[in-house]
Design a binder for this molecule. Structure first.
Ligand SMILES: [Zn+2]
Length: 433
């Protein structure tokens, strides 16, 4: 543990500290952020004092990424929530931007340091430690993932950057440089396990004892994880962040029971019901969309920012000693489908389908017939068979019934041969429209 006195602090104590930070952050927003001053005033809150403390945060409006984006102009490409002076900004990341135009993420030196501090706690939770060697496969480029890579230096790891898209080079590094750990997206980890198996490359026998996955949901699904662990002969743990708020905010420990908040003290987490925006409790087993608030951010802080990540909370004590709620990402709110009133995540479908291994190999594609989230049953799902497995109609029917039983969703199952569905060397979507 990098900071035991922080990471094992009783959670109530952490919340008391966070409440002080939060009130200061609100005062800062009222003073410096044109965006939040206007937004909070419009919500009937004329000052930070009126907005109150953390226990009243649910009274405040949520922030949508689109609202921030709408305030950008050629004169102010950061948007109206920019709080710091130009001279205070030491780093500018950008997001890939689904609509074409990137959005910029400015950071002060303090912001960047907090990002790296939180990220290093999250990655260290996986068990990697100073002196070990880690091979990474992120093409960080303009993206915030670059700050996650900086956290490997902070931990004291020997970092071998490999980037994405050159599997031969990566596997040669695994063979010759004998890294203790590898960090990559779950999609790429799965791709490499298949790649190795097809070529007789002994990945399970390699030096890699820990596989750290991040960048997309999936690494926490038990069946998918079991398959990755088998393919790599390594323990798989996941980490998660969001560019606008911070990199690798969350990281899972060796007990593999959800991600701890490495960025505790810097970020406050809440859950909401994604359709109504209603605040939900964070008791054990609760699920909802993750909403994050900066507590000590300076450049462009966010208040109640909707992450679009749908998570499940765990609150039971973790044997590692780290305190506070843990989360597992179930999927992206944007990927959620509503089939006759039932919320369905493609990752949950994959989880159920994976129970049918070894007949299936865990690759699926959900093919919604209608635009948007609402779908009429049955929901078409393509399921890839394992190499050499036959397309037995009984298998398709068994999968269909199991999905109905577990997820209460009507599907139509198409079995396809191994290698049919698209693989990604970076991130993959389980939904194909
Ligand atoms: Zn733990």
């Amino acid at each position: 543990m990098l900071a035991p006195e922080v990471e094992t602090r009783p959670w109530a104590e952490q919340l008391a500290i966070d409440d002080v930070s939060y009130r200061e952050q609100l005062a800062y927003l009222f003073e410096r952020s044109a965006f939040y001053r206007e937004k909070l005033t419009a919500a009937g809150l004329a000052s930070a004092t009126e907005a109150g403390g953390l226990d009243e945060i649910a009274r405040l409006p949520l922030t949508e990424k689109q609202e921030l984006r709408a305030t950008t102009t050629p004169e102010n490409p950061f948007g109206a929530h920019m709080c710091a002076e130009r001279s205070e900004i030491v780093r500018i990341y950008s997001t890939s931007g689904t609509s074409g135009t990137p959005s910029y993420i400015p950071l002060t030196a303090g912001d960047l340091d907090n990002w790296v501090t939180g990220s290093s706690r999250s990655y260290a939770a996986s068990g990697v430690e100073a002196g070990q060697r880690i091979v990474s496969s992120y093409n960080a480029g303009p993206f915030a993932a670059g700050a996650a890579l900086a956290s490997f230096d902070r931990i004291g790891l020997s970092h071998v950057p490999m980037g994405t898209g050159n599997t031969e080079r990566l596997m040669r590094a695994v063979e010759l440089l004998e890294p203790d750990a590898a960090v990559l997206t779950p999609s790429y980890a799965a791709y490499l396990a298949e790649w190795a198996a097809e070529r007789g490359f002994d990945l399970p026998g390699s030096s890699v004892g820990r596989v750290l996955v991040a960048g997309e949901p999936g690494g926490g699904e038990p069946a998918f994880r079991a398959k990755l662990e088998e393919g790599w002969g390594a323990q798989v743990t996941e980490a998660m962040g969001i560019g606008d708020i911070g990199v690798s905010l969350w990281g899972e420990c060796e007990h593999q029971d959800g991600m701890h908040l490495g960025a505790r003290g810097f970020v406050h987490a809440e859950l909401i019901e994604p359709q109504t925006g209603e605040a939900l409790g964070t008791e054990d087993g609760a699920t909802g969309e993750l909403v994050l608030t900066h507590l000590r951010h300076r450049a462009a802080p966010h208040l109640r920012f909707r992450t679009r990540d749908h998570v499940r909370v765990r609150t039971s004590p973790c044997p590692c000693g780290r305190t506070g709620p843990r989360i597992r990402c179930i999927g992206r709110t944007d990927d959620m489908l509503i089939v006759r009133g039932v919320n369905v995540f493609p990752s949950a479908i994959r989880e159920v389908v994976s129970e049918f291994a070894p007949a299936v190999n865990g690759q699926i594609a959900v093919r919604p017939s209608a635009q948007g989230a609402k779908q009429d049953p049955p929901l078409p799902v393509s399921v890839e068979l394992s190499p050499g497995a036959a397309a037995d109609p009984g298998l398709a029917e068994a999968i269909r019934q199991r999905l109905r039983e577990i997820l209460v969703v009507q599907t139509s199952i198409e079995l396809v041969s191994s290698g049919t569905l698209e693989r990604s060397e970076y991130k993959s979507s389980l939904v194909q429209r």
